[in-house]
Design a protein around this ligand. Structure first.
Ligand code: 13P
Length: 247
């Protein structure tokens, strides 16, 4: 059985002091049936890792595809590992759209991170335009296969399906549509990689909040959620964790 995975992506929010306030609140909450991860900004990663209880993982929101060198503003896999970070989000639609990260760049990042023993949450998702043309399944399939080109071992991979039109808009994809897409993603993985498709976790992200988390998490092919806005308030994030715990 795949354990539900509740992940928070803080994007460019929270100073280190604010993150510590959050850590104090969430550390008081006991859970044992779900996995939890939080991705703060790079500057907050180390202090958050030290101040959160060990059961809660922290992740980078991005990582460079390069080893080291003249790449001003970038953060390498070894820098993350050196401060005890073992997980990273790659291919978020905001990286793809606002920072021009192509499938090729995402693919290079995924390969670099996996080769350096980081666990990867790979984000995929279509724009409103593609959805309105009815081409979302083909689009996500291509994004998945391009991002994983040359990747043989999916053991340290999680997929997050985040339709762009549902991110930060309050418009949640219906739980049926989210389930259908997550099932499609699992089928594509099954075709290419076989049995691991039953173990890999596939998350949904896009306007997840305490009021809809339970329904989304109850779906067979949705193994967790990647939460933006509602992960910023500890009480809301705890409600989402409880929805996973209570299934
Ligand atoms: P929201 O939950 O704010 O819609 O953001 C989703 C997201 O982009 C998580 O990575």
């Amino acid at each position: 059985m795949r354990k539900k995975y509740i992940c928070g992506n803080w994007k460019m929010n929270k100073t280190s002091s604010e993150a510590l306030e959050f850590a104090k609140e969430i550390n008081d909450f006991d859970f044992d049936r779900v996995d939890i991860l939080i991705a703060p900004s790079f500057v907050t990663l180390e202090s958050l890792r030290k101040n959160l209880k060990d059961e809660i993982k922290v992740a980078g929101q991005n990582v460079s595809e390069f080893e080291d060198g003249a790449f001003t503003g970038e953060v390498s896999t070894s820098m993350l590992k050196d401060i005890g970070v073992k997980d990273v989000i790659i291919g978020h639609s905001e990286r793809r759209e606002k920072f021009s990260e192509s499938d090729e760049i995402i693919n290079a990042k995924v390969k670099k991170a996996l080769a350096d023993d980081l666990s990867v949450i790979l984000c995929l998702g279509e724009s409103l335009e593609i959805k309105e043309e009815g081409k979302e399944i083909d689009f996500v399939r291509d994004e998945l296969l391009n991002s994983l080109d040359g990747v043989d071992d999916l053991e340290n991979l999680t997929i997050a399906y985040e339709p762009i039109w549902a991110i930060g808009t309050g418009k949640t994809c219906s739980s049926e549509d989210a389930e259908n897409m997550c099932r499609e993603i699992r089928n594509v993985i099954d075709e290419k990689y076989g049995e691991i498709s039953q173990q890999i976790r596939i998350l949904y992200g896009g306007s997840v909040k305490p009021s809809n988390a339970g329904e989304i998490l109850s779906k067979e092919n949705i193994d967790g959620v990647l939460v933006g806005g509602a992960s910023l308030k500890a009480s809301d994030f705890i409600e989402i964790i409880k929805a996973g715990e209570n299934l």
